[in-house]
Write a protein that binds this ligand. Structure first.
Ligand SMILES: Cc1cc2nc3c(=O)[nH]c(=O)nc-3n(C[C@H](O)[C@H](O)[C@H](O)COP(=O)(O)OP(=O)(O)OC[C@H]3O[C@@H](n4cnc5c(N)ncnc54)[C@H](O)[C@@H]3O)c2cc1C
Length: 469
């Protein structure tokens, strides 16, 4: 068979792969996605942070992907103190999903959007040649065949075998986990610190309850647990979760997975880019792996479009993507360190000694929201003295471009656009004090008033606009 040629081949049909592939088609490329598993299949990452829904909305996939998901209104925690507390979010912006149907719906959305999907097909080998790639594919019922592509997007997840070069960004961590089915299972997610690590309980919309115990890598190696099920139950007994599953049985054998955070050392080259867990993995404490996978996919597609169609800007694009991942990883490490430091004084074990040295103040849970409320629309505001303008490579709608962007500790990196509106110029000639309503009126020649008001509220919720005392 003669090899087919694509502008881009995406390896992996998890959230990162489906979204990167769809965006590349929308940017005008011929794209093939190769996924080795039959869907639906189980996957970890069932608690989704509030940032996921707006990103799914931006690609028109929210309704079908969150059908059947549960909203998170509260998380039971036992973290800083030995007693229960509840983190509430009345709006229920976090979600609990069953990743089987969730990932299948995203992949179906990409297929309907024009992505050619090969499934179940595995990429066995990727060889770079003549400014592109030759990929060897296998299926269970046919021999190997080859496809050619100008560009390779690696979205093959944590277990990527496509030449990843990773540096760990946190202590070696393993998760022992199991899905329970039975009576009286909790209906609220639970986060609990305990002597040898922490546990996380997640009610899955399919009626099961996933319990995960996170432990230090050295702990698993030293103990070499015989029965994983017994070991999981022992860890749940260290916390209060064992009593919550005592009238249930494991739905499938307990498993152990590596949960160590890392960053790929070469996430982008002229002909290859990694997205999602293939590029970086976060400490699962924040439950934001899927959100970050989607963010890297949305950003990565624009980087690939720049590399394929504006080679003169390739340095700009690769610098943008490398810096974007580095700073996201650093910010996340600081956030995680703060959270571990809050619980560490309660325990004396290797797990907490290694992780408890952080000094950052803990933030609100990422799962139930991480930003403050916006100031009232008629409050007197001023631009924070910490805000400054910088010229940096930024994500435009289609390309990585040099733009004036706003930098402030409350926002993720220099920001040139909010909700698709360029910030550049909006603050020129601004009086020293104003209200959100006055800003929206002032901007209304460029930005619809409701969106101007939304931008002002967003900036005040991040502390970029502060209330004048
Ligand atoms: C213990 C643990 C708990 C977690 N909990 C959470 C959580 O609560 N919330 C959260 O948001 N995140 C969580 N995460 C992180 C989350 O699981 C990942 O960040 C997310 O799934 C990454 O999505 P992805 O698309 O990059 O990769 P994946 O979802 O892993 O998808 C990769 C896909 O690539 C396919 N593939 C791999 N190799 C090949 C190949 N050679 N050929 C073809 N196909 C291939 C695989 O079959 C798979 O479908 C957790 C992670 C761990 C380890």
């Amino acid at each position: 068979m003669s090899p087919r040629t694509w502008d881009a081949v995406v390896v992996g049909g998890g959230p990162a792969g489906s979204i990167a592939a769809l965006r590349l088609v929308q940017l005008g490329h011929r794209v093939c996605l190769v996924e080795r598993s039959r869907f639906p299949r189980r996957a970890l990452g069932e608690s989704l942070t509030p940032g996921v829904i707006p990103m799914l909305e931006s690609i028109g996939a929210a309704r079908r992907c969150v059908a059947g998901a549960e909203r998170v209104h509260a998380v039971r925690t036992r973290w800083e103190h030995a007693h229960d507390a509840e983190r509430r979010d009345p709006e229920g912006r976090g979600l609990l999903v069953d990743r089987g149907p969730f990932d299948a719906a995203l992949l179906a959305h990409a297929r309907e959007g024009g992505v050619d999907v090969l499934q179940p097909v595995s990429v066995e080998r990727a060889t770079e040649r003549d400014g592109g790639w030759s990929l060897t594919l296998t299926t269970s019922d046919s021999g190997p065949r080859a496809i050619e592509t100008r560009f390779l997007v690696d979205a093959s997840g944590r277990r990527s075998r496509l030449g990843a070069k990773r540096r760990t960004t946190g202590p070696r961590t393993f998760a022992v986990h199991g899905y329970w089915r039975g009576r009286d299972l909790p209906t609220t997610p639970t986060l609990e610190a305990c002597q040898r690590g922490w546990v996380w309980g997640v009610p899955i919309p399919d009626g099961t309850y996933n319990t995960l115990a996170f432990v230090d890598g050295a702990d698993v190696r030293a103990e070499r647990p015989g029965s994983l099920e017994a070991w999981l139950i022992e860890r749940l007994r260290d916390a209060s979760l064992a009593s919550q599953v005592e009238r249930a049985t494991l739905d499938a054998p307990a498993r152990v997975v590596d949960a160590t955070p890392y960053l790929d050392e070469e996430p982008v080259s002229a002909t290859r880019l990694r997205v999602g867990d293939a590029a970086m993995a976060l400490d699962p404490l924040s439950s934001s792996g899927v959100q970050k996978a989607i963010q890297t996919a949305l950003a990565g597609a624009i980087v690939v479009n720049t590399l394929l169609t504006r080679p003169e800007d390739s340095q700009l694009a690769t610098r943008f993507y490398t810096d974007h991942l580095e700073s996201a990883s650093a910010r996340h490490q600081a956030w995680t360190a703060g959270h571990y430091a809050a619980a560490a004084p309660r325990f004396d074990s290797a797990f907490w000694r290694v992780r408890g040295a952080g000094t950052t103040e803990p933030n609100a849970s990422m799962l139930v929201g991480g930003t403050g409320p916006a100031a009232p629309d008629d409050a007197t505001l001023t631009l924070s003295p910490l805000a400054r303008w910088v010229e940096v490579p930024c994500l435009g709608e289609r390309f990585v471009e040099l733009r004036r962007a706003l930098e402030h500790p409350g926002i993720e990196g220099p920001t040139a656009f909010v909700g698709g509106i360029a910030l550049d110029g909006l603050f020129d000639g601004l009086p020293p004090v104003f209200t959100a309503v006055a800003l929206a009126d002032r901007w209304s020649t460029r930005v619809p008033r409701d969106r101007g008001l939304a931008i002002a509220r967003w900036l005040s919720s991040r502390g970029v606009l502060t209330i004048l005392a």
